[in-house]
Design a protein around this ligand. Structure first.
Ligand code: FCB
Length: 784
């Protein structure tokens, strides 16, 4: 068999979860879940409207050739109060879904708990109450009664570590508790729910029962480059402690029926042991048929005596969670396909009899919708690299039966909302239109040939070569740099991989070892009011991505004429390989000067002469047009525009958008000029209110100006939105904190920052990438 082929009958599919895609949160008798009630949640949102559009989604999967679909059942759709009264309409939905899947030749895999506990149970103590575990078993039985004749494989829980420790420790997820004791007690009750639920499923006749865990190798920063590096004694202790909290806390009770010995004292100290009853571990540890493994990224730590405990890892004092200079996804998660191999090797070694399935693997990247498709090269190569590693793991004896991508659709990423894009299929949330990304088409081909293509991945990286050759990145670097410290066999394997993949080593890869001063200038000027978040995201992404590629970042401030001269000299004399220019007040002469040097320059924001330098911008005109059209739709007719300084290209674009939409409606724009701050917004609003009798709406070219207008309206006794609607632009943090909260046009922040860093990386690699314009979205709040 060629190395790229997978075993006969290998299962290919995708995973999703109820809360993230279904929508219809209050329909057909569904009760609220903790995510509907959670402040960071998306109550009432249609999400992907999968509740109605499931036939289309199943068709998509069928057309892509998938043979498996893992979905989750919403507990409160089945039992609106979590216990007792059964809601048949809710069960009907899953009934229809399962029939649709089977009709399309797709095997359903049902997860019973993907984090959406019925709120009614939370009100009675939630996972900190032992009773919840028993209620889970009842719910499992009720659901199996209805679907068990057609669903063979059942997963009890999804990622109990996240549900317990992010939900109850750090409080970032619902129910938002922040208590180490609650987190440990919840974790135990979830394990118990797994045990009781598995028992209930089996006694109802389920043929295969499993559980899904998030497993990550825990490494030191040095091991990220080379797994073989021996950590210091302190670092090894830090690694072991986090490994116990994250992985062994769940794997060992389930697969061995016991707690890791080093965990009990931690639980006892933080939560006591009163919640662990005699016999619980016997229930938890009954054999399962299948372990679902979700793998995304490793966890990187080292010892640092002064570090306080991370609330998601109670007991982690003295340990630093490191951000590492390596390639990351848009979530900021380090990309390390080899981590999957570490997880699988360990499971195969320690639990050779357990059948495995990769139940989630995937990546969030910024997608750009173009006229001819969504070319998500990064997502495709992430998946391809992980599949190559998986293929090699099968050869080593890992008993992995299938692979499910997270996820079918772009969807609601929990507390992060819609900004995260994990889908093979793009969803336009305004229209619910689905579009296949290139990664979906690539996956279809993988499934069709039951393996990876012989053709090269589009953009082979050092990581791809390392995965193919089964060595670390550092080893590849050593070979590429001609260092002698590599055995002839390893050298041959690396060179073979380099040749097969068509890998062209770039300066960044070479510098990993030679540590040449490969520098990039990040040029900033003090941010405008409201622009701080964007500038700090740019600093973060540019630093992480470019440092990951071996570049040193030189921060330079362009605030005076003298500093600008210094910058030009610095660049002209080639002391840097590239320049990222972030000048909120417009690119101006500095960009022009730098564009004339031979050094690649990229810019945040469109310059006045668009062909000057490649840039990353957002669709200001489209956003302004949409905001205006929305007000017109609502029947507003006397619209005034508060306009910031028109020497800023973004302001010009926004003004154009507002004007276009008004002209189209046969109306004439009335504009009041303003500066940048709230006070000037208030002054402009006062002028508009005085000059335009019957003024019923104000559009401001920034949130700061709109916040000022809001204040002026209040002082003038105008009721917002009844008398006067107000819309801002930018969706800065303050926009949602005003009373009433501000309707505004959201400008993607981290996406811009990431796109900017990527743009420079491509240019440094000698690729001629065009400029990027990202979409904006109207966010309707209370001022309209
Ligand atoms: C996993 C979750 C899944 C999704 C992905 C990105 O932890 O199981 O719902 O959020 O991460």
């Amino acid at each position: 068999m060629s190395t790229a082929r997978f075993p006969e009958g290998f299962i290919w599919g995708v995973s999703t979860s109820a809360y993230q895609i279904e929508g219809a949160s209050g329909e057909d008798g569904k009760g609220p879940s903790i995510w509907d009630a959670f402040p960071g949640g998306r109550d009432g949102d249609p999400a992907c409207d999968h509740y109605r559009r499931y036939p289309e989604d199943v068709r998509l999967m069928r057309d892509l050739g998938m043979t498996a679909y893992r979905f989750s059942v919403s507990w409160s759709r089945v039992l609106p109060e979590g216990a007792g009264r059964r809601n048949d309409l809710g069960l009907d939905f899953y009934d229809r879904l399962v029939d649709e899947l089977l009709g399309a030749g797709i095997t359903p895999y049902a997860t019973l708990y993907h984090w959406d506990l019925p709120q009614a149970l939370e009100d009675r103590g939630g996972w900190t109450s032992r009773d919840t575990a028993q209620r889970f078993a009842d719910y499992a039985r009720v659901t199996h009664e209805r679907l068990g004749d057609r669903v063979d494989t059942w997963f009890t829980l999804n990622e109990p570590w996240v549900a317990a420790f992010i939900g109850h420790g750090s409080g970032v997820h619902a129910p938002g508790r922040r208590s180490a004791a609650d987190a440990f007690v919840a974790a135990h009750h979830m394990l118990l729910a797994h045990g009781l639920g598995a028992e209930a499923l089996r006694s109802s006749g389920a043929s295969r029962v499993g559980v899904v865990l998030n497993l990550s190798p825990v490494l030191t920063p040095a091991q990220l480059g080379d797994f073989a590096v021996e950590p210091s004694e302190e670092d090894a202790e830090a690694v072991a402690r986090i490994d116990t909290l994250l992985n062994r806390q769940f794997v060992e009770p389930i697969l061995r029926g016991r707690h890791p010995g080093d965990l009990l004292p931690v639980i006892e100290r933080e939560a006591g042991l009163g919640h662990v009853h005699d016999g619980d571990l016997d229930v938890i540890g009954r054999p399962i048929d299948l372990l679902g493994v979700n793998y995304y990224t490793p966890v990187v730590v080292r010892a640092q005596p002064s570090a306080a405990a991370d609330p998601a890892f109670p007991g982690s004092e003295g340990i630093l969670f490191c951000s590492v200079p390596t390639a990351v996804t848009a979530m900021g998660w380090p990309i390390m396909p080899g981590g999957l191999s570490l997880v699988l090797r360990r499971l195969t070694r320690e639990y050779p009899d357990t059948e495995l399935m990769i139940t989630e693997n995937g990546a969030d990247f910024v997608d750009v919708v173009t006229g001819d498709g969504i070319h998500d090269v990064d997502r495709t190569s992430y998946l391809e690299e992980h599949l190559r590693v998986l293929r090699a793991s099968l050869d080593e004896g890992a008993r992995v039966r299938g692979y499910l991508v997270w996820s079918l659709l772009d969807c609601v990423e929990w507390a992060d909302g819609y900004q995260r894009k994990f889908g093979l299929v793009h969803v336009d949330f305004a229209t619910q239109r689905r579009r296949l990304k290139d990664s979906a088409l690539w996956y279809r081909d993988v499934i069709k040939r039951n393996g990876l293509g012989v053709d090269r991945p589009k953009r082979p990286t050092l990581e791809t070569v390392a995965a193919r050759a089964q060595v670390s990145r550092a080893t590849v670097s050593r070979v590429v740099n001609g260092e002698a410290s590599v055995s002839p066999e390893v050298r041959a394997a690396v060179l073979r991989a380099v040749q097969e993949l068509g890998y062209v080593p770039n300066a960044a890869a070479r510098s990993l070892v030679t540590r040449r001063a490969n520098a990039v200038a990040l040029i900033l000027s003090p941010p405008q009011p409201g622009g701080e978040a964007l500038v700090s995201a740019v600093v973060q992404y540019v630093t992480s991505l470019l440092e990951g590629a071996g570049k040193q970042i030189v921060l330079m401030l362009a605030d005076t004429a003298e500093s600008q001269r210094r910058i030009v000299r610095h660049v002209e004399t080639h002391q840097v390989d590239g320049v990222v220019l972030v000048l909120p007040e417009g690119a101006g002469p500095l960009a022009e000067r730098l564009a004339r040097t031979e050094v690649p320059v990229v810019l945040l924001g469109r310059p006045a002469i668009a062909s000057l330098v490649p840039y990353v911008d957002v669709d200001n005109t489209g956003g302004a047009r949409a905001a205006t059209a929305y007000l017109l739709d609502q029947g507003r007719r006397q619209l005034g525009i508060i306009c910031g300084p028109t020497d800023l290209v973004a302001v010009q674009d926004r003004l154009t958008g507002h004007r276009d939409a008004l002209h189209q409606a046969g109306l004439h724009p009335i504009t009041a000029p303003a500066g940048l701050d709230r006070e000037s917004g208030a002054a402009a609003a006062r002028r508009l209110m005085g000059d335009v009798p019957g003024l019923d709406a104000v559009l401001a070219t920034s949130d700061q100006l709109a916040i000022g207008a809001l204040r002026a309206a209040r002082q003038a006794g105008r009721r917002v939105p009844d008398d006067l609607a107000i819309v801002g632009f930018g969706d800065i943090d303050a926009a949602s904190a005003t009373t009433p909260a501000l309707t505004t046009v959201r400008v993607p922040v981290s996406e811009q920052a990431l796109a900017l860093a990527r743009l420079l990386l491509s240019r440094l690699d000698g690729r001629h990438t065009g400029s990027v314009v990202l979409p904006t979205h109207l966010v309707v709040r209370e001022t309209t």
